[in-house]
Design a protein around this ligand. Sequence first.
Ligand code: ADP
Length: 483
Amino acid sequence: MDIKNKDLFRQQSFINGEWVDAINSKTINVNNPATQEIIGNVPNCGKDETISAIRSAKNSWKDWSSKTSKERSNILKKWFNLIEENQEDLARIMTIEQGKPITESRGEITYGASFVEWFAEEGKRVYGDTIPDVFQDRRILVIKQPVGVVAAITPWNFPSSMITRKCAPALAVGCPVVIKPASQTPFSALALGVLAEKAGFPKGTINIITGSAKEIGEELSTNPIVRKLSFTGSTEVGKILLRQCSSTVKKVSMELGGHAPFIAFEDADIDEAVEGAFLSKFRNTGQTCVCSNRLFIHEKIHDEFVEKFTIKVRNMKVGNGLEEGVISGPLIDQFSFRKVEEHVHDAVNVGAKIAIGGKKHKLGGTFYEPTVLFNVTNKARITYEETFGPVAPIYKFNNEDEVINMANDSPYGLASYFYSRDIGKIWRVAEALEYGMVGVNTGIMSKAEAPFGGIKESGLGREGSKYGLDDFLEVKYINIAGI
Ligand code: ADP
């Protein structure tokens, strides 16, 4: 691994402050999706290692939760500084295991670090309430307390920031964590563990366990010591975890799939809308849950939009994310590649036209040509399913009610975007979209200060912002009588 701080590249799990192998010494290989080369391996842990990680988190609970918020904040700030100082190495590790362009990896490290910085401060503001009682000699108090041991299961598309977005608020309010990173991208998680150890988190407060998703996930979601599970991943796996969490009635946060609509109204600034659609569609090669997956363009600006958007897509450099200038990398694996291929074939079979792309890229492997489809119909699978790849399907519409119905016709409700300069329409449409997040005249909106999350089958709970802190707190009501 070509990085300056070699110590960051760890091939062991982190349990109770120790770097360990699997009990049975088995490992999982990790490959670079751009070259298919094996870059290393990590322990293939299972149930027993998960139990010991949960126990170590529990043992650290008393000490960590009883520290003052300022003491915890100071350690989080050290972690933040170390992440920032090692940005380039962390970004390289990410690109090598995940495939995203190096500029995006650098951006993700900064974005991920921003949650640590923000929650290091916000953790000091866990305020309660006093409420007037109906009896003269009584007082109502409300305090908020940390929920307890937190489990975090994270995906491969944002291997670093999904960890900090969950763990920073949990740790800030006093909860120890057990993290299970995706098996495709464990090295970014383990590198964060190296820096957390250096920052001075007491042993057991942060545990990172690699291995069998099913086995580790089952233990994390059924073990009674775990009081909260925070998951980012597919709706399918989210539903399994929700079922499993019901056995011990855990608090849960679920950041699941999305199928974001992007609408450009007739009064939109077309160039800005093209730029916004491009950014929201092709970031991370289309592999984000907030990527726009259906582009609805008003008939008056449709042809100009398609033309300008296609030119922008034509100029994209596809390749290994480590090469400067690359904007689109490989897909994470063959499974994802096949889904993209199927969605395009199917859309074309039922009437869509290809403006650009539409096939495997000449680089081979899991590279797919950035693709723009227009004339897409309601019969196409892509109209209803999340693609998770570099394919932009464009639909024509001619009135506001029609497009809102089309946009809301989905079981998902994560991100949505629209472009308009009409203030009345902006209010109407923002309120009518059945989505947890609405970007108006922007294609990118995730930030530590704002509540990220979805409605309907896109999830439960919010990450980031003051609302993100509530997800790791329990409300306690205290009634004092005899005053
Ligand atoms: P994606 O479609 O992004 O790969 P997944 O939901 O399959 O999303 O994976 C997201 C995370 O969930 C990963 O860390 C993966 O290892 C984990 N995971 C997958 N299957 C299960 C399962 N049955 N139980 C718990 N975790 C799982």
